[in-house]
Design a protein around this ligand. Structure first.
Ligand SMILES: [Cu+2]
Length: 357
């Protein structure tokens, strides 16, 4: 990678030097007149046609990208606010795509249409108030509407009530793993602080304050965390060291974890993990991944190595801030299940007062 960068820099420096020498040569007065730098009709014709060809090229790349890469997009959302979020995204996307397609067409077709031929002279046109008014006012109105719509959607997603029924879960980020803490029986998280991390011989990995009775029934999980379907969850986010970001793409949720403060995000999961595994987009994706894994396994077993396990869909909590060397692997599995299964899982967890005994 570094080698590639150095080569690129050297090539670009070379081109820059070559251009500077050319400018210097052209600026020398009193030298013999050199016509080789003046565009001929053939050059103009070629450049005009290349402009048109470029338009065809960018349209082709756009269509190809949609065709090839749309299948790697996320499946339908699994949270209550997800559809509103997706609609906002797709409307913004449609507006941008329409404007880009239109303006690029105008730009390149004009450059082709009015390329220099037959001593054609350019029409001298200073300005037109009506035209400038139109191309200022239309984008202004569209942007205004998009921003208002975005702010309304943002407000609906971000302003949530602290209601009693909501499940409170703390996500604790550190380089490079996640831990989740639940409030236990009382659904209230006890106070916590990094100062308590070393208490109880490393049995207090997220620094629960043992003098706060609310924390005694809290429990901490490290491998996966469970959520009951159709119940609002309020996430309290903390970071131990640097800036991290809790990203749960299937629920269209993301919030920074900032050292020294608690940030919040809330959503209601609407599909269990099992339901999501049946989603046709997810089934397709899993099949594609397993086909690749199967091919890789064949190569591995030929070398006498172990074959790869088939992939199964799971919701994930990821880190969306480049937070250090193992950032890429900072993830935790999320299981969404029925209230009954969730209660069963909770019953199996060891609470803080038991852990520190
Ligand atoms: Cu991180």
């Amino acid at each position: 990678m570094t080698v590639l960068l150095i080569i690129t820099i050297l090539i670009l420096t070379g081109i820059a030097l070559w251009q500077i020498t050319k400018i210097f040569e052209l600026s020398q007065l009193g030298q013999k007149k050199d016509d080789s730098q003046i565009a001929t009709e053939k050059d103009n014709d070629l450049n005009g046609k290349l402009m048109f060809a470029f338009l065809v090229f960018i349209y082709a790349v756009t269509i190809y990208s949609f065709w090839t890469y749309s299948k790697v997009l996320l499946p339908e959302s699994a949270s209550a606010h997800g559809p509103a979020y997706d609609t906002l995204l797709w409307i913004s996307f449609a507006v941008i795509l329409f404007a880009q397609t239109l303006t690029q067409a105008v730009l390149h077709i004009f450059a082709y249409q009015y390329r220099g031929i037959n001593n054609r002279k350019a029409y001298f046109f200073t300005h037109d108030n009506k035209l400038e008014f139109v191309w200022t006012i239309i984008p202004a109105i569209i942007f205004f509407l998009l921003i208002i719509y975005g702010m309304i959607t943002w407000g609906k997603i971000m302003n949530f009530e602290e209601d009693e029924d909501a499940l409170v879960v703390e996500l604790y980020a550190q380089q490079w793993n996640w831990k989740a803490r639940y409030g236990g029986e009382d659904n209230v998280l006890g106070d916590a602080n990094v100062r308590f991390l070393n208490d109880f011989d490393g049995k207090n990995p997220i620094g629960i304050d043992s003098s706060d009775p609310n924390g005694m029934d809290d429990f901490v999980v490290t491998q996966e965390f469970h959520l009951p379907v159709n119940r609002k969850v309020i996430f309290k986010l903390r970071s131990q060291d640097v800036l991290h970001s809790a990203y749960m793409p299937h629920f269209r949720a993301q919030m920074n974890c900032v050292p020294g403060m608690i940030t919040e995000f809330s959503f209601t999961p609407t599909k269990t993990t099992d339901e999501m595994r049946m989603n046709s987009d997810v089934v397709d994706k899993v099949n594609r991944i397993n086909k690749i894994r199967f091919e890789k396994s064949k190569l591995l077993t030929a070398k006498g190595e172990e074959s790869l396990e088939p992939y199964q869909f799971d919701y994930l909590l990821l880190c969306a801030k480049i937070c250090g060397t193992s950032h890429y692997n900072m993830q935790m599995k999320i299981v969404v299940e029925s209230e009954k299964d969730y209660e069963k899982w909770v019953a199996k967890q060891q609470i803080f007062s038991e852990v520190i005994q």
